[in-house]
Design a protein around this ligand. Structure first.
Ligand code: F6P
Length: 520
């Protein structure tokens, strides 16, 4: 580790650790010798908004243990780790993924970054827009259903986007299928009329075994159900158009994206096609606009005033200084039910690393295990551990002031009241009549409050987390853009199919039991 950084990490671990109650105490306000604001001033210091075209999002980090001294050391750490230069490299389209010699150009798809790359990205989006609009106007016949086949980054973003924004099915209904387990594809078939179904095959590489196997079965289903030109019903979303052509997709229905856009950062590219199919291109573009507002904030704001960098400071403070192994995210909004899943890949596939970008062993933990769910359901299931368990789990709450439903306003009022009450309860705790009824409190949370959960806000939320992961990676000195950890298991699965050295006795016995031992 860089020597200056090592000193700063040590300094962070030696700072006093006031409780949240102490940090909020108004006696700190302007009191003699107190340079740390409490109460309202603390809320003001640690909250900020990112404005969108309509409305915006509030990011309140005041219920975390960040204080001025912690922030100051993290700001020094950012300097020691060359954060500003790394951020410039990201947006300039320079190589930020050294193990694969690649840039990470996802922000160009929302209009941020190197102008030549932005131009190329915009042309790709326009091409997608033309196809989406042509299909909506009947160019491929009457299309009512879309089965989107992909996995990992080629499925999680589309599933989230469609679920969050596509509930009033204005254009066509979308089924995202990722699992190789045929039960998943059969479930989608059961809901679709083959005569009116389009298949999107989404794969950056166009080689992923789960996706290609599901795609073959979808073609077979179309053929068996009277669609003579099954390939004519396929749209390919890929950074490897040659493979898609080889597989039989006509070039006019291939929507390419750049090799320099990572799978888990690809929702903005043609991988977002099913979102545009479900909600229309205007909303898809609004999602890009929301993300661009976050890019602008992230790119142009320095130090702890940068809301994303500040979130990364808190994340690292909890994982590296307070020893938290997990971070939980609870969306108090049914439409964001898939957001924790999306974040899991983003955070854990990006920052679940054990070497630095310089190939040195990393010192200290990296990505927290990211988990979560929706409120209020989660309150009745896992919150017991958050309030009284032995783990310290920093929590993010995400909510929208405007409701997503048109029922009695009581629904949304109760939803939001619960969301805010949980953050307050985690922080305040309560002395109990006996140990079983005691709540220790001092448990941190952050609240992300959208004015409304529209397409722009969703784009902003996702971009906020992309940059948060990037900022954490830079401060830890790791490369967030590769994912070699997923390769070994894939290779070993293939070895079962193609033959190879025997595995350990346990695995061989399992293969035998499942009738899979007959490999050569
Ligand atoms: O195995 C991991 C991974 O490579 C992810 O990073 C990616 O999002 C997913 O597989 C799917 O890959 P592809 O889009 O190439 O099918």
């Amino acid at each position: 580790m860089n020597n200056n950084a090592a000193v700063l990490w040590k300094k962070l671990s030696e700072l006093p650790q006031p409780t949240l109650r102490e940090l909020f105490s108004t006696e700190r306000d302007g009191g003699e010798g107190a340079d740390e604001p409490g109460g309202d001033e603390r809320v003001e210091m640690l909250s900020g908004r990112i404005e969108l075209d309509e409305g915006g999002i509030l990011f309140d980090w005041s219920k975390t243990h960040l204080d001025r001294s912690v922030l100051a050391v993290f700001e020094d750490l950012a300097e020691a780790m060359d954060f500003a230069a790394m951020r410039a490299k990201l947006f300039d389209g320079a190589v930020v993924n050294p193990t694969e010699g690649r840039a990470a150009d996802h922000a160009t798809l929302r209009g941020t970054g190197d102008p030549a790359k932005v131009e190329e990205a915009m042309a790709l989006i326009d091409r997608m827009g033309m196809l989406v609009e042509a299909i909506h106007q009947g160019a491929l016949g009457e299309i009512e259903h879309l089965i989107h086949i992909g996995i990992g980054g080629s499925a999680l973003g589309p599933a989230l986007g469609v679920d969050a924004l596509g509930r009033d099915l204005s254009y066509c209904d979308v089924h995202v299928v990722s699992n190789i387990d045929g039960v998943a594809l059969e479930a989608a078939f059961a809901k679709c009329d083959p005569a009116r179904t389009l298949i999107a095959v989404a794969s950056k590489t166009f080689t992923t075994i789960e996706t290609m196997t599901n795609a073959e079965s979808a073609l077979k289903w179309l053929r068996e159900n009277g669609v003579a030109d099954a390939h004519g019903r396929v749209v390919a979303l890929t950074a490897n158009p040659e493979k898609a052509v080889e597989w039989g997709v006509d070039e006019t229905r291939i929507l390419p994206f750049q090799e320099s856009v990572g799978g888990r950062y690809s929702i903005w590219s043609s991988i977002g096609f099913p979102i545009a199919m479900a909600v229309g291109m205007d909303d898809f573009r609004a999602m890009l606009d929301g993300a661009r507002a976050v890019d602008t904030h992230f790119r142009n704001t320095d130090g702890a005033a940068n809301l994303i960098l500040r979130a990364a400071f808190a994340d690292l403070y909890y994982t590296r200084v307070r020893g938290c192994q997990t971070r939980a995210v609870f969306a108090y909004d049914e439409r964001l039910g898939l957001f924790p899943d999306y974040l899991q890949q983003l955070e854990m596939e990006s920052n679940g690393k054990r070497v630095t970008a310089d190939m040195e062993p990393v010192e200290g933990p990296t990505a927290p295990i990211t988990w979560g769910g929706v409120g209020t359901d989660a309150q009745h299931a896992v919150f017991q551990l958050l309030h009284q368990g032995t783990h310290l789990v920093p929590v993010d709450f995400i909510a929208s002031i405007a409701p997503g439903d048109e029922l009695d306003p009581a629904h949304h009022r109760i939803l939001l009241m619960n969301c805010f009450a949980q953050g307050a309860a985690l922080m305040a705790g309560k002395a109990g009549e006996d140990p079983a009824r005691n709540y220790p409190g001092d448990r941190p949370s952050a609240t992300i409050l959208c004015d409304d959960l529209d397409a722009a806000a969703l784009g902003a939320l996702i971009a906020f987390h992309e940059h948060r992961v990037f900022a954490s990676a830079v401060l830890m000195g790791i490369n967030p853009f590769d994912q070699f950890g997923v390769e070994l298991g894939k290779a070993m699965a293939q070895a079962i199919e193609t033959g190879g050295d025997p595995f350990d006795a346990s695995t061989e016995a399992l293969l035998e039991r499942a009738g899979l031992a007959g490999r050569e």
